[in-house]
Every structure is written in structure tokens, then in C-alpha cells.
Design a protein around this ligand. Sequence first.
Ligand SMILES: [Zn+2]
Length: 109
Amino acid sequence: MISPTRCPFCNDILVTAYHRVSKNTSLEMKSCDKRIDHRIQYTLNTDGSVYSFRIPLLEKSNATWYPNNQLLIIYKEGTGATVNIPYFEVGNRPFAKLVHKVKTYITFS
Ligand SMILES: [Zn+2]
């Protein structure tokens, strides 16, 4: 999964930021967070491929895809709790349908 330069939901140019994780290592992050109907964030590997893809959910939680490991994990912010749900590709479904699919999996996890 190569990092897109545009948001797959609104086609805006993704905003790039760097998050320093150690003295010599920074992770490149690309996000779209200006819209009210969706927010997304990619974290990239050093070769530019996607390490993770994150979307916020309601109730202070988020869903994060790890395409290389085929993992999809729900993180509950502030609690450290995680739930693994069955992995599926983000694909090109509308954002609301993506959130709905994640929530359906959470309900049955
Ligand atoms: Zn967008």
C-alpha cells in the first residue's frame, strides 16, 4: 500500500507532518482533518509505504489498519484497551460506510 497524496474521501491534498520517535528517526504522517464528516491519518514507513491508517470513531476510540500485518485494531483512548477485529481492505467505500462496517465488526467482536 503506497501512500496516497490526496485524501481518498474528499480528494484534498493530504497534510504532511513529522512525528519524532527518537533522536534520528521521525515518522512521516499524512492527514486530512479539516472536514467535519471525516478525519484520517496515515503513518508511513521510511520507504513511503503505509504503516498504518487511522480513523476516529465515536466514544473516544479509533480504528487503525496495519496493511503489512493485515491487522485492524480498535484503540480506546485513555484506557489502553484494544480490540482486534477481522481485517478488511479500506477500499474505496464512502467514509460513513467504512465507519459503519467497523462498528458492525465491533458489535460482533
Ligand atoms: Zn479528506
